[in-house]
Design a protein around this ligand. Sequence first.
Ligand code: NAP
Length: 254
Amino acid sequence: MMNKLAFITGASAGIGEATARLLASNGYNLILAARRKDRVDALCQELSATFGVKTAPCIFDVRFKEQVFNAIDSLPDWCKEIDVLVNNAGLASGLSTLDKGNLDDWENMIDTNVKGLLFVTRKLSPGMLERGKGHIINIASIAGKEVYANGNVYCATKFAVDALNKGMRIEFSAAPVKVTGIYPGAVETEFSIVRFHGDEERAKKIYEGYDSLLAIDIADAILYAITRPAHVNINELIIMPTAQPMPGIIHKKS
Ligand code: NAP
């Protein structure tokens, strides 16, 4: 396991941060990407000090291709041969019917969840394909498999991630570069705070009355996928809280 190098987007919080912690504890060197430099720098320092792995911060807004490309180009030499890319940066913004939708929310979700994932993949996949080695993990969502009321544009972006996940697998598996899609249900992270534009009270209610998934549950699935033998690819994993059989239904304790 030693010396493998993982690049994780959205590493400053939630699923990305939990994945960084779990991979570091399993000996992976890490490139951690997000916009919040203070958080990423602190996490890099902590993981290097605790687990003795190499870490590099990579600060960019995934919506802007120049930022993505320049930040990756500026990484030190030891960061060039990436074994695992976790395309995790993403968000839901707003929750309303389409006719009342906020156009800025739509653009933010489409630019982050679809275009951002494409920019990072476009930059990092050629090296993996040239080396004939690598694994891309795309964090989609159960919202990329089933549509729920008021989820319209978020669901559309995650259906796009589902399509890209399948497309990448067709195009990259001959190299071979593995491609895995992870489709979580409700995970308690900063996700709902972001969706509700900072309304923490409203966000808290999303996770009340049942046991939601934790970020570590998804990190654990990512570690599972990337540690299978060379001939085994995990195409997709749909991971739900036991209390959430499908989007829109959560069995809450009253
Ligand atoms: P989170 O706690 O809000 O973390 C989101 C991460 O994405 C943060 O590190 C954030 O970093 C980064 N990010 C957001 N916009 C970005 C941008 N424009 N440029 C660069 N980085 C950006 O949410 P999470 O639950 O861990 O979400 C991670 C992924 O899981 C997302 O793709 C989400 O759609 C998916 N997912 C979440 C759930 C859930 O219930 N939580 C369910 C299914 C799927 P900065 O703000 O520092 O840039």
